[in-house]
Design a protein around this ligand. Structure first.
Ligand code: EPZ
Length: 432
């Protein structure tokens, strides 16, 4: 088994550089399928979800060239295959973007249902994606465990789609589907996350005509073709927020570089309520925490509300804050699967449906814990960094789906964290 072993109780000091945004990259890379020419994409995070998507694109027939650590050139001009390989796609949630992109480009797509972290009581539904594709003239059904989508007239037709719920994935998928569709697609009640604006900027820089991204009505005028170009992905709001939460929990002073401070305002506001000081700079934020942490209430909401992807990390801070905090999950049905692991470390949390009541304790104690998903895994790392004693976090593959070089980055700011591979796994890794 591969674990992180953390000797906690050390404040974090120094500077950390934030990578490109995972949730933008996992949509922008499939968007290259719509482009007839070479897309140069910069500031790509080196994480396993990105590697999987690049492998899928290659298996579909794309020419993928690695230019340097954070830059790739993708040429999808010669792809003729709209069937996504099974084994790879099932490992990531974001494989659903391949449906919108392939359907937009070829008028048909065959994609295995998405995998990834599951925190809906009913799995992670994609009914709003399907509703949109259907309204645009596609037949979508699932048989043999594969989602088949076919545009009835050979290509998609623009139309107005009203989203019943605010969905990041459905909004981006319909942007992909609408880019080369005939006529205008209007998405009403669209999500407004920074990665939605980033996807629109990427597609527009390749020749698309998308207006209103970042508001709740997005208008996409279909164009006949996209040609190549160069684009740099925005910094990762959630990775930055995770380091903000880490220094809030451990104390210390951290300069978090290569960020868009505007995207961090909702996170900064909450950690300031807990007692941290946050100084905004042009493309960095400085977070300092010297005094005690105080309780606060947090409710997650779609952007510009407090991000659900920061909920477990902020919970780690609240566990150490004086007083009783109320945490309400406003996006997912079941995003508290980490609570038992926190309890092993001495946290006092009661969960009732979407609400968690956290009674702050003076300190957490190191324990062996298991990451149940990506952000909860990051939260356990934060708890371990702040705890007295040694914490071992297993199932780190979840964490590595979304955090580039987390061990190196944390070690560089004073954390005592290392990766430990037990002999058994090292042996089976060589065999398999
Ligand atoms: C994206 O997931 C992110 N993933 C998630 O981040 C993030 O938690 C989520 O947006 C919300 O911000 C990626 O970008 C790859 P949604 P997505 O559609 O698009 C319900 C992380 O840790 N819903 O906005 O799948 C759904 O059940 C990951 O980086 C439907 O009911 O989320 C949820 O309650 C985890 N029907 C809510 O909407 C649908 O068709 C929001 O989901 C779609 C969603």
């Amino acid at each position: 088994m591969t674990k992180y072993v953390i000797h906690g109780g050390k404040p974090l000091y120094g500077a950390v550089e934030i990578s490109g945004a995972k949730n933008a990259a996992v949509a922008i890379l499939p968007a290259a399928l719509l482009v007839n020419g070479v897309c140069r994409i910069e500031n790509i995070p080196q994480i396993s979800d990105v590697t999987l998507i690049l492998n899928i694109l290659q298996e579909l027939g794309a020419d993928v060239k690695t230019i340097n650590r954070t830059t790739v050139e993708i040429d999808c001009s010669h792809i003729r295959n709209a069937r996504v390989p099974d084994a790879l796609a099932r490992k990531i949630r974001a494989s659903y973007y391949l449906i919108g992109a392939l359907l937009g480009r070829f008028g048909s797509a065959e994609v295995p249902p998405p995998g990834g972290c599951d925190f809906g009581g009913r799995g992670r539904p994609i009914d709003q994606h399907i509703k949109g594709f259907t309204a645009m003239g596609a037949d979508v059904d699932v048989n043999g465990g594969i989602i088949h989508a076919v545009a009835r007239s050979g290509h998609l037709m623009g139309t107005t789609v009203y989203m019943d719920i605010v969905s990041v994935g459905a909004t981006m998928n319909l942007m992909l589907a609408g880019t080369l569709a005939e006529g205008t697609t209007i998405i009403e009640n669209a999500a407004k996350e920074p990665h939605i604006v980033d996807l629109a900027n990427f597609l527009n820089s390749m020749g698309a005509s998308i207006m209103g991204a970042g508001t709740d009505v997005i208008k996409i005028r279909g164009v006949s073709r996209l040609s190549g170009g160069s684009y740099s992905i925005i910094p990762d709001q959630i990775e930055a927020g995770t380091y903000m939460a880490a220094v809030t929990a451990t104390g210390g002073e951290l300069l978090i570089k290569n960020v868009i401070p505007k995207h961090l305002e909702c996170i900064a506001a909450k950690i300031a309520e807990m007692g941290a000081e946050v100084e905004e700079m042009d493309d960095a934020v400085l977070v300092r925490r010297t005094g005690k942490l105080t309780r606060t209430n947090v409710k997650t909401l779609p952007y510009p509300g407090f991000p659900t992807d920061m909920q477990p990390q902020v919970a780690a801070c609240l566990c150490l804050a004086e007083g009783t905090s109320v945490l309400t999950e406003g996006v997912w049905d079941n995003r508290y699967r980490y609570v038992d692991e926190f309890r092993r470390m001495g946290a006092q949390i009661q969960v009732d449906g979407k609400v968690a009541i956290i009674e702050g304790v003076p300190y957490l104690t190191g324990a062996s814990v298991e990451a149940p998903d990506l952000r909860a895994g990051a939260a356990l790392v934060i708890a371990g960094l702040a705890a007295h004693g040694t914490t071992e976090v297993s199932q780190i593959r979840f964490i590595e789906r979304g955090y580039e070089d987390i061990v190196r980055k944390l070690s560089g700011i004073g954390a005592d964290i290392r990766v430990v591979v037990t002999p058994d796994e090292a042996k089976s890794a060589q065999v398999g």
